[in-house]
Design a protein around this ligand. Structure first.
Ligand code: AMP
Ligand code: MG
Length: 347
């Protein structure tokens, strides 16, 4: 398959490109598009064959359901059983980096939801994404536009690296602002469970859902045979080629450990910006942003993991264990999975 690549910044000025992309989606094809979280691999969510094509292009297990993207929160109505709690969340956080799990309606095939009777709804806060969805007049199923097991793409080049020849079109709208996938909340009446942390934090959500709980799989390794609420949580995502070890402990000690390790051959460090000048010459560094700048760390993490993968000399990676509050929880969740839960306490 030939993959067309177009730059798109202003949906109005680039209306011809947008219409071309919408046509592909209406005909059952696949289009990669930018969102504020990560790039999405879009297909018509009401078309079973488009869903199959998405799973095939990603190499994704078909029991791992897809998120349905709509241009406006009310556009979920034909596909999901909405509720007061849904609209309260929508008022606060949509359009934005939040996905809500609701009971599904028959218009969405089971092949899209991995056989579940629920459906994931998201309304992205990105001009190109919303204009594209509007132009199709369809709900768009869109998982992250990476091959399964690779970090989510935060720029068009990442998506092109993974999916060239596997999709009809890639729309390049520049870097994704957030850089981590959406927060996922499953609504149960007025209560909710956080299934995946993202830029909408638990603290944000509790202003709307005071008794929000956090699924154990967000912060812990799954036990053998344990049931997960979100099928995606049982897969080891974001696996860098070199094993990643996360470090916790007193700041000065962790830093000293990293400086020592950085001098070894084959070691790569996902370091804070302020650590760069402290590292030995020749150290292989993948800076993720300032220690206190969690937004930049979120924005940089997946690109840093891809850079580490592309560095053939690196066979061991180290990084700081992120904090568990605010946006830190989303970083923590991605980091422990990339590290296959390998955390070392430095004393
Ligand atoms: P991605 O689209 O790559 O960000 O992955 C989508 C995530 O949403 C996966 O982790 C899925 O398990 C989760 N998801 C999608 N639909 C549902 C659903 N109906 N119930 C629970 N989790 C879901
Ligand atoms: Mg994904």
């Amino acid at each position: 398959m030939e993959t067309q690549l177009y730059q798109i910044t202003d949906p109005e000025r680039d209306a011809a490109v947008l219409e071309k992309a919408a046509g592909i989606l209406r005909r059952g094809g696949l289009v990669v598009f930018p969102t504020e979280t990560v790039y999405g691999l879009g297909g018509n969510a009401t078309d079973e064959n488009a869903a199959k094509a998405i799973y095939a292009a990603k190499g994704r297990p078909s029991d791992n359901p897809l998120i349905i993207h709509v241009a406006d929160p009310t556009e979920a109505e034909p596909y999901a059983v909405t509720s007061d709690a849904y609209y309260r969340l929508a008022r606060h956080f949509m359009p934005g980096p939040l996905t809500v799990i609701l009971p599904k309606k028959d218009s969405i095939p089971l092949s899209v939801t991995g056989g579940l009777d629920t459906v994931a709804i998201r309304c992205p806060d990105h001009a190109v994404a919303r204009a594209l969805i509007k132009a199709t007049g369809l709900p768009i199923a869109a998982p992250s536009a990476n091959r399964s097991g690779r970090p989510s793409p935060t720029c068009a080049a990442h998506a092109a690296e993974d999916l060239t020849g596997r999709v009809d079109m890639i729309l390049d709208g520049g870097d994704c602002e957030v850089g981590l996938e959406s927060t996922i909340v499953k609504l149960e009446g007025d209560s909710g469970v956080l299934l995946r942390p993202g830029a909408v934090t638990p603290e944000d959500l509790r202003r709307v859902i005071p008794d929000l709980t956090i699924a154990p799989a967000v912060t812990a390794a799954l036990g053998e045979g344990e049931r997960v609420l979100s099928p995606g949580m049982k897969y080891r995502h974001y696996a860098p080629a070199a094993p990643l070890v996360l470090l916790e402990g007193e700041e000065a000690r962790v830093r000293a450990f990293l400086i020592e390790k950085a001098a070894e051959r084959g070691v790569g460090i996902l370091c804070f910006d302020e650590e760069i000048p402290l590292m030995p010459t020749g150290a292989v560094l993948f800076p993720v942003g300032g220690k206190a700048d969690l937004e930049t760390q979120a924005h940089r993490l997946f690109a840093a993991l891809r850079e580490a993968d592309a560095a053939p000399e690196v066979h061991q990676l180290y990084a700081h264990l992120p904090p568990m509050d605010g946006l830190g929880l989303a970083l923590y969740n991605r980091a422990i999975r990339a590290a296959a839960h390998t955390i070392v306490h430095i004393t």
